[in-house]
Design a protein around this ligand. Structure first.
Ligand SMILES: NC(=O)c1ccc[n+]([C@@H]2O[C@H](COP(=O)([O-])OP(=O)(O)OC[C@H]3O[C@@H](n4cnc5c(N)ncnc54)[C@H](OP(=O)(O)O)[C@@H]3O)[C@@H](O)[C@H]2O)c1
Length: 242
């Protein structure tokens, strides 16, 4: 971003509130002349969205399905994930919306889900790492990794790695990570990424995970040829979700 739009964008971002509320969305939509979402034709494209049972992931899955994409939703609870996929099919009339069950913080389940996606789809265009939450209480995944880091850093990293070749086959593939402006409160640390039971603070753990997501995104982008797979990380703005 450069010139006047870049300066306006940077000022909005520095002030935070006007950037993250609807004002930021409306200003950027007008300034960059964003194409209306309903005008995209995504038929034939396959998009994986994690955490599509509610909130932003659910809204994204519905918009992608409305634009004609084949959508694979990944969720940790079978009943909730299948119900959400059925609701998206009903709302959009697009039958190509399926559910794959995996807790993205459980590495064995991430491996199984990635294998299932590769087996059931001969192309993959976009992988959206959206699943996430801010947990006030500390817990650990089955691999013994603090749950926020397991589900928002390690699990997505593994899933990207396992799906990378399939994404590259239809070059350029795309990996989008839904991070958060909450990361601004934490510097990246690799030696204290997982807070211990003694110093656990859910907000800080979330900020550390979101910072790590953005840094990993940069590293993926540096290491993978962008003609093969494009990596993007974004903050969705403040949305009134769970
Ligand atoms: N809303 C905001 O203002 C805001 C701001 C900045 C960033 N974000 C980011 O936006 C993303 C979506 O959040 P949201 O606001 O839409 O919240 P949400 O409505 O609570 O949705 C979170 C989704 O993630 C899923 N999920 C959480 N942990 C999971 C796991 N271990 N395995 C599989 N699925 C899991 C949830 O599934 P269940 O139904 O199983 O719980 C749900 O589908 C998150 O990454 C969040 O950090 C949101």
């Amino acid at each position: 971003m450069s010139g006047i739009p870049g300066a306006i964008d940077a000022t909005l971002e520095m002030l935070i509130a006007p950037s993250f509320t609807r004002i930021g969305f409306d200003v950027r939509r007008a300034m960059y002349r964003w194409q209306p979402l309903d005008s995209y034709d995504l038929s034939g494209r396959v998009v994986v969205v994690t955490g599509a049972t509610s909130g932003l992931g659910r809204a994204a899955a519905e918009q992608l399905a409305r634009d004609g994409a084949t959508v694979v939703t990944v969720g940790r609870d079978a009943a909730r994930t299948e119900a959400a996929a059925a609701a998206v099919r009903a709302a959009t009339g697009n039958p190509e919306v399926s559910a794959v069950i995996a807790d993205v913080g459980d590495l064995a389940q991430v491996r199984a889900a990635s294998a299932e996606i590769i087996e059931s789809h001969d192309r993959l265009d976009v992988l959206i790492h959206n699943a996430g939450l801010l947990d006030r209480t500390r817990s650990e995944s089955s691999s013994g990794i603090e749950s926020t880091i397991a589900s928002q850093v390690v699990g997505p990293f593994l899933m990207t790695h396992l799906l990378l070749d399939r994404l590259a086959e239809g070059a350029p593939g795309r990996v989008i990570t839904v991070s958060s402006g909450g990361m601004y409160t934490a510097e990246l640390t690799t030696d204290h990424l997982e807070l211990s039971p003694d110093d656990y603070d859910g907000t800080r753990q979330y900020a550390l995970a979101k910072r790590a997501q953005v840094t990993l995104n940069e590293l993926w982008a540096e290491r993978v040829d962008r003609r093969s797979v494009v990596f993007q990380a974004m903050h969705p703005g403040w949305a009134d979700t769970r």
